[in-house]
Write a protein that binds this ligand. Structure first.
Ligand code: IMP
Ligand code: MG
Length: 172
């Protein structure tokens, strides 16, 4: 059993997500909101965010696999479940930006379909681990270089259902 410590509790998470929802609501006052949830990690964040946006949002899904254990692997687009995004205003919802490789691959891929705009909203950002430069438009929390689990994030597919953001404490 891994030793999991709480990094961001549920109440703090919910409050910050509410604040981001209000920001998005203001920025998209005159636009349709199309959220693209990156499966599986972003599912909890996408739901909480969508619930707090006080206007209609559309939600679609993409599945990307980029991790095996704690080691960064090749990025794979496992399933593109998107309807046409041509001329749409898109917000990509990520759980965490780590090396930046996933979004560095995904954003050019989405741009090929000619959406009218694309922004990126991430719950967590780990800038100390960046390999390719990438800046999100909306960031929930900056986190230090720890392996994060919970609230959608996994370690070998486990711990996604923890209602808080935690990290795995290494016992060495
Ligand atoms: P990047 O391509 O290195 O920026 O990694 C992005 C993806 O790697 C995220 O969407 C996560 O699925 C996964 N990832 C990165 N860091 C962590 C972590 O600390 N815990 C769990 N998953 C992570
Ligand atoms: Mg992910």
């Amino acid at each position: 059993m891994d030793n999991i410590k709480v990094l961001i509790d549920e109440k703090t998470l919910k409050q910050r997500i509410k604040d981001i929802a209000k920001e998005i609501e203001k920025d998209y006052k005159d636009k349709e909101i199309n959220l693209i949830c990156i499966l599986k990690g972003s599912i909890f964040f996408t739901c909480e965010l969508a619930k707090n946006i006080n206007k209609n949002v559309k939600i679609d899904f993409l599945r990307i696999a980029s991790y095996d254990g704690t080691d960064s692997n090749k990025i794979k687009l496992v399933a593109d479940l998107l309807p046409s995004i041509k001329d749409k205003d898109i917000i990509v919802i990520e759980d965490i930006i780590d090396t930046g490789k996933t979004l560095n691959y995904l954003i050019p891929y989405l741009k090929k379909s000619n959406p009218s705009s694309i922004k990126v909203c991430t719950l967590l950002d780990k800038p100390s681990r960046r390999i390719v430069d990438f800046k999100a438009d909306y960031v929930g929390f900056e986190v230090e270089d720890k392996f994060i689990v919970g609230y959608g994030l996994d370690y070998n597919q486990n711990y996604r259902n923890l209602p808080f953001i935690g990290y795995i404490e290494k016992n060495d």
